[in-house]
Design a protein. Structure first.
Length: 413
């Protein structure tokens, strides 16, 4: 299985990527695109099926349809093993890490209906949907359901059932100017609509629903139209307030395991000073502060820091700093024992890696949402004197190819 969700086969000396297939299967495929010795294909006939193949639950699953899930055709136990293999492959091929201690993946406690968020895109003409999986390029006729990369859905099996019911009660199709619509629901059940418009003007909405509505305009604090600015999530024994526009992982049921993996990776004994980089609303800081002497949370998004200030208000050993991580790191003058790094999807800049190395932190805990960027950043850290102690994969997105991991880097002595 290749990173990105397609299975990888070989034919006449070429590498061929085929989506919606499983390693070990034999298929007849049609080449749809070629690039040197690499080809991309679509499956035509399944000749020998894998024992791990199952029937997808969702009628929107498949080529030319909704692109949100890629692995509904694979049994969940097999998905977990494939994700573990993909992580190991990326760390070796991109990062050069051989014989890495990759721990058994942490399965999600909920395989279906786990997402507390759903983001729909607008096509500019009043229609909303999930990003569509591209139709094979050799098809002359584009499926009627596929227009401008938007696939309208009538059901979704990875969205929290209460949130999906809320979406079903809305009548938003036909409203011109919606660029993006995010629906989210807290652990207490309070739903929220977050709108991004093409012209930043609030639309005219007539909704008779117990929901909050907010408008995002750039990187500033959202504009509250109805109800509340915040959604609340319970993680472990703490409540976290999350402003509309602030990032929060949508598989809330798996966050206890993620926090536990981070705390184990930090290996705190009491009294340490810890950096929480790209710390957002303060989920990790809230638990680290109970074990450390000092926690310094750094983030550049002001609304998230407002949440962090509220979420961590009862903790006297937490400092919150606003600014780009590379800028803040260059100004620190006190020693830190460890850092937790939870970067954006594109990973760490070279400048951040350089400044982390200059601080000579004994331990780095990297929370990764992408094995390829983890491997790339890990290779850069290794060049600065760090070794990859272990990687703990964790599944935050069942039925998809996405795999998260907590990786521990220690400074070589």
């Amino acid at each position: 299985m290749a990173h990105g969700g397609s299975a990888l086969g070989r034919h006449d000396g070429r590498t061929v990527f085929v989506p919606y297939t499983i390693p070990g299967e034999r298929i007849r495929a049609r080449i749809t695109a070629e690039k040197g010795r690499v080809a991309f294909a679509e499956g035509v006939t399944l000749l020998d099926a894998s024992a791990d193949r199952v029937f997808p639950r969702c009628p929107h699953f498949g080529p030319g349809k909704c692109g949100r899930c890629q692995w509904q055709h694979i049994d969940y136990a097999a998905q977990l093993l494939l994700k573990q293999d993909v992580l190991a492959d990326q760390l070796e091929r991109i990062g050069g890490f051989t014989d890495v201690d990759i721990r058994p993946i942490l399965a999600s406690p909920v395989e279906w209906g786990y997402n507390h968020h759903m983001t729909l895109l607008g096509d500019g003409a009043g229609r909303l949907g999930f990003p569509a999986s591209s139709p094979p390029p050799n098809r002359i006729r584009v499926p009627a359901t596929w227009r401008g990369g938007i696939f309208p859905i009538s059901e979704c099996h990875i969205i929290h059932p209460e949130l999906l019911a809320f979406y079903g009660a809305l009548e938003l199709d036909g409203i011109i100017g919606i660029e993006k619509l995010k629906l989210q629901i807290g652990t207490g059940g309070a739903p929220m609509l977050i709108l991004t418009m093409t012209n930043d003007d609030a639309p005219e909405l007539l909704l008779d629903l117990p929901a909050s509505v907010n408008l995002l305009v750039g990187d500033v604090e959202p504009v509250n139209l109805v109800g509340d600015l915040y959604t609340h999530y319970a993680v472990g024994g703490r409540d976290f307030r999350v402003m509309a526009g602030s990032y929060f992982r949508p598989n809330v049921a798996q966050l206890d395991n993620l926090v536990a993996a981070v705390l184990e990776a930090l290996d705190l004994r009491g009294g340490e000073a810890v950096l929480d980089l790209y710390g957002g609303v303060g989920v990790f800081s809230g638990y680290i502060a109970e074990r450390a002497g000092l926690v310094t949370l750094v983030d550049s998004y002001a609304p998230a820091l407002n949440d962090a200030d509220e979420n961590l208000s009862g903790l006297d050993n937490v400092d919150i700093l606003e600014g780009a991580v590379e800028d803040v790191l260059s100004e620190l003058d006190e020693p830190y024992h460890a850092a937790i790094i939870d970067p954006p999807p594109d990973g760490l800049s070279v400048e951040v890696v350089d400044r982390l190395a200059a601080l000579e932190l004994p331990r780095l805990v990297y929370v990764s949402g992408d094995p390829a960027t983890l491997a790339r950043d890990g290779k850069r850290l290794a060049a600065k004197g760090y070794r990859l102690a272990y990687a703990q994969p964790i599944d935050l997105a069942p039925q998809t190819y996405y795999v998260d991991a907590v990786a521990v880097f220690t400074m070589r002595k």
